[in-house]
Design a protein around this ligand. Structure first.
Ligand SMILES: O=C(O)CCC(=O)C(=O)O
Ligand SMILES: [Fe+2]
Length: 314
């Protein structure tokens, strides 16, 4: 597993040493080209932060369905709030998903021009503040910290693509990134049942925390499922479809799924996406005469709209 999903300590990126940055960028570039999956340690998200988010989330998922439904994702058109079991199906051939989730995004007030124009995905978050006082502050702060971690990762990725370290910076202004907490209830009678169907992620980069339970698997080049075991204080990072499109398939968006191993599990993906109007078209140095651009340019907004509609339709 180590070879296929390398564990990369990114702490050097926080030091001012260009040659160490390049060394790190090479490791990340290699992982993105080969498995599309790697695990990072040495980041600045503390164990305390994760514990606080985990325990608040557990208290939320323990509430009654009636209480949780007060912030139902069906209350709005912008895919934020609570989704109950089986609402999202990631593998359309097999409707197997069994998980409940809380989703939040970049908070835009009702007076923001994009919200006034009813732009897709834009608006305020739905937090269970009335049920769990203090939730909003903790989650909004965590969203900012994950945004910052994504920004750091994009500095490394830019270098690996021979781009300037700040190449991606401006693209993530008021981004479409989503922070999600997923609860997979224990299904002791259904050992090895798939509870999150095989899929590739829609977006650019996913940065996922998983608790100690395990169950996440990635599809290898040899068409085998390989376990992605939890790494203490680590995040799993994987490439999404838009990054594959951006890099003209230099980077792979790899299929993955989650099995129920009989224990209750929490995971927290941060789906990193740029600003909605960011055009996803072949990046510099990712095409040449032998390898022309394979994908039609598309805005981040249009691409995500298409993929979300499929995932939530039954
Ligand atoms: O729960 C996990 O470990 C993976 C979830 C996932 O792949 C997703 O939500 O896209
Ligand atoms: Fe995923």
């Amino acid at each position: 597993m180590q070879e296929y999903i390398p564990i990369i300590d990114i702490s050097d990126i926080y030091q001012n040493n260009k040659s160490k940055h390049i060394e790190l960028a090479k490791k990340v570039d290699y992982a993105c080209r080969h498995s599309g999956f790697f695990c990072i340690t040495g980041h600045h998200i503390s164990r305390d932060d994760i514990q606080t988010i985990t325990s608040l989330s557990r208290r939320f998922f323990d509430l009654s369905m009636l209480e949780k439904q007060t912030i139902s994702i069906l209350n709005n058109q912008i895919y934020r709030g609570y989704s109950s079991h089986e609402l999202e199906q990631l593998d359309h051939k097999n409707s197997v998903d069994y998980k409940e989730m809380f989703d939040m995004g970049y908070p835009l007030g009702k007076d923001h021009p994009e919200v006034q124009r009813n732009e897709p995905f834009r608006g305020p978050n739905q937090h269970p503040e009335a049920l769990l006082p203090g939730w909003t502050e903790v989650f909004e702060a965590h969203y900012q910290k994950m945004t910052e971690l994504a920004r750091v990762l994009f500095r490394i990725i830019a270098l690996g693509l021979d781009l300037k370290e700040d190449f991606f910076n401006s693209m993530f202004f008021e981004s479409l990134s989503t922070f999600r907490v997923i609860h997979y209830p224990a299904l002791p009678e259904q050992h090895n049942r798939v509870v999150c169907g095989a899929h590739t992620d829609y977006g650019i980069l996913t940065i996922l925390y998983q608790d100690h339970v395990g169950g996440l698997q990635v599809r290898s080049k040899k068409d085998q499922w390989i376990d992605v075991p939890p790494v203490q204080d680590g995040f799993v990072v994987n490439i999404g479809d838009m990054m594959a499109m951006w890099t003209n398939d230099r980077y792979k968006s790899t299929s993955h799924r989650v099995l129920n191993i009989g224990q209750d599990r929490i995971s927290m993906p941060f789906f990193t996406e740029p600003h909605p109007s960011q055009l996803i078209q072949c990046l510099p140095y990712c095409s040449d005469m032998q390898n022309p651009p394979k994908y039609e340019p598309v805005t981040c907004r249009d691409w995500l709209l298409k993929r979300f509609k499929t995932a939530y339709s039954k």
